[in-house]
Design a protein. Structure first.
Lengths: 140, 140
DNA sequence: CAACTAACTTAGCCTGGCTAATATTCCGGT
DNA sequence: ACCGGAATATTAGCCAGGCTAAGTTAGTTG
């Protein structure tokens, strides 16, 4: 248990690389991809504009356009217009989209919960304590 | 700070989604991609066979073939043959590949170290303690 | 030696990124 | 009133990186 940032960086980097793989395969075979699920989640509290979605997901606008196109083709979101500014397109969940979001969330959480349940209580505590620090990374 | 696995799952899932984004952009603009760096790292201790690399990186063989092709085109790895079994191809670092690996590792670690240095000592401790638990996730 | 199995590669498809180029629409200054 | 620049999106074309299916070559076994 060293305080050396270099060593910590090494270990953290290895663990995160592994978790990225895990997250990717966790959703394999589910009705929406990881990115699509993530975007649907952004729409849960109401309509959003394209730029806002692109920023939140740290993606260029054209990338978000393509994602939304696919979600729209799948009937999970609908495009609308801003009454005050004809340039902006709004995006919102359809009823089906909301259902799908909840279903996928249930499946994902059930999966993670199973893995967490396999840990000891001490390990879960350690994760809970470290979460805020983990969340802080990358904000600089 | 709840012990409820469901709540922990929710929060952890959100944080990890964010970190995935972070890792992706951290390597943007570097001379090798995240996957290539990862593969180069596997070769650090000597030649490996294709199947072994594919397994370690949780990827199908054809995917690894393509990765190695690119690394070979870039002059970072070289293919060889197993004297005992003509079916297997071995892969090893070239001198340039080893140099590149070390350079990228320095850059990546410097980046993560800067971020870790921005945390408090308590936060770094929390991360260090939670690392083993984090690493355990997804092994089931 | 024929048939099966193992190790790779090739081909073709998908998602998900990016930049550059193209509408549209809005806004500000003359 | 209008012209030019800024803002919002989309389209087109490229690349990385994943997958499956099919093909090739080499060992293994009955």
């Amino acid at each position: 248990m060293s305080d050396d940032p270099a060593e910590l960086a090494d270990q953290l980097s290895a663990v995160l690389r592994h978790l990225v793989l895990l997250l990717r395969r966790t959703v394999a075979g589910q009705p929406v991809t990881s990115q699509q699920y993530s975007v649907l989640g952004s729409l849960e509290r109401g309509p959003r504009r394209m730029t806002s979605l692109a920023e939140e997901h740290a993606v260029q606008l054209p990338t978000m356009t393509v994602q939304i196109n696919r979600l729209q083709d799948a009937g999970l979101v609908a495009r609308g217009s801003d009454p005050g500014d004809a340039r902006v397109r709004t995006v919102e969940l359809t009823g089906e989209g909301r259902e799908r979001l909840l279903a996928v969330r249930r499946a994902r959480n059930a999966h993670l919960e199973r893995e967490l349940a396999a840990l000891t209580e001490q390990e879960r505590d350690a994760l809970a304590i470290a979460l805020p620090a983990l969340a802080k990374l990358g904000l600089g």
